[in-house]
Design a protein around this ligand. Structure first.
Ligand code: PEP
Ligand code: MG
Length: 325
């Protein structure tokens, strides 16, 4: 099977009825980079920058961060890389940087919250990313955004760094794309403002599922209790894609579900045209979509979400039947 998937590496990811789907990979360390060419991914849809910080014994210095990002971009050889700014706190702790003990770390001082409260940390990282991308493209996104106001606050910091660098004669990225992760349900009621405030959105379905269903993603007793292919979550995800389409804002999904062929099939069925996953999942997902009659799937799946009938049964069972047929 590995061989079979490898043979698909250079095959364009088109559904059977001709829709192009972008398949990107998730990464976080230099060791992941060779997989970009090996998997045939369309780029890195999620680069988890906190990993460099998590494996270090002290806070990486500005020039170490810059050298690291420069190296990532060099190894990516022109394929796009979306860097996520530091997502620390919650399940991602740095041994040398601890806040107060928290009763609910997942809901605590983390990610963009921590970054906005410690702007020196975020500005250092933004500067390193800007310098490393000089003359090229920089795609940067913020984790765990709750309110659109946080995006404006972070963008102001980025603007300050851009001004600072240009004042001192540094090169700047030729193109700068600024996006956010959609992981907190409150953003669902700010979708219009959100789509207008950013260049792109990436759905962090691991956290969005955890917060939507109120189940700890790390607690096996509850994490599988509700189905991420059930009606509630698929409707949530579909509302996001539709808002993106309405405003012409590209939407990707980069949580674990993107890497499971059955789940990504459902994602394409509700309108996703871009997903990012672990590199080993790209072959299996591509093998699925090459055989996918997307139009028929969309019709049947959307009908089940819009007008469920008593005898429909679980959506997952329908998806499995559809996949088998
Ligand atoms: C997610 O929450 O879905 C996500 C991609 O981010 P992480 O798994 O790093 O929290
Ligand atoms: Mg997350």
């Amino acid at each position: 099977r590995q061989e079979q998937f490898r043979a698909l590496r250079d095959v364009e990811p088109l559904t059977k009825d001709g829709t192009r789907i972008a398949l990107k990979m998730n990464a976080g360390l230099m060791v992941d980079l060779p997989q970009l060419a090996d998997s045939g991914a369309d780029g890195i849809g999620l680069f988890r920058t906190e990993l460099q910080f998590m494996i270090a014994s002290t806070m990486p210095k500005a020039d170490e961060q810059e050298a690291f990002y420069r190296n990532v971009l060099k190894q990516a050889k022109g394929r796009p890389v979306t860097f996520r700014t530091l997502d620390i706190g919650g399940d991602k702790v740095l041994p040398y940087f601890r806040g107060d003990a928290e009763e609910n770390p997942a809901l605590g001082w983390r990610a963009i919250r921590l970054s906005l409260d410690r702007p020196g940390l975020l500005r250092t990282q933004m500067r390193a990313l800007l310098k490393a991308s000089a003359g090229g493209e920089l795609k940067m996104m913020l984790p765990m955004v709750t309110e659109v106001a946080e995006i404006h606050a972070a963008r102001d910091l980025l603007q300050k760094e851009v001004q600072h660098l240009s004042k001192f004669g540094h090169g700047l990225p030729r193109r700068l794309q600024f996006g956010v992760m959609l992981e907190v349900p409150a953003l669902m009621w700010q979708l219009d403002e959100l789509m207008q405030a950013v260049d792109f959105v990436s759905v962090g379905s691991n956290d969005l599922f955890q917060f939507s269903m109120a189940v700890d993603r790390g607690n096996a007793r509850v994490s599988d209790r509700f189905d991420n292919l059930g009606r509630p979550f698929l409707r949530i995800l579909r509302d996001i894609v539709r808002a993106g389409d309405k405003h012409g804002t590209p939407v990707t999904l980069c949580g674990e579900m993107a890497g499971k062929p059955l789940s990504s099939m459902a994602l394409f069925g509700i309108g996703f045209r871009s997903v990012s996953m672990s590199p080993t999942a790209i072959g299996p997902v591509k093998a699925m979509l090459l055989q996918l009659d997307l139009r028929t799937l969309s019709e049947e799946l959307n009908r089940r979400l819009d007008h469920p009938r008593p005898d429909d049964g679980p959506v997952r069972a329908f998806l499995m039947r559809f996949a088998e047929e």
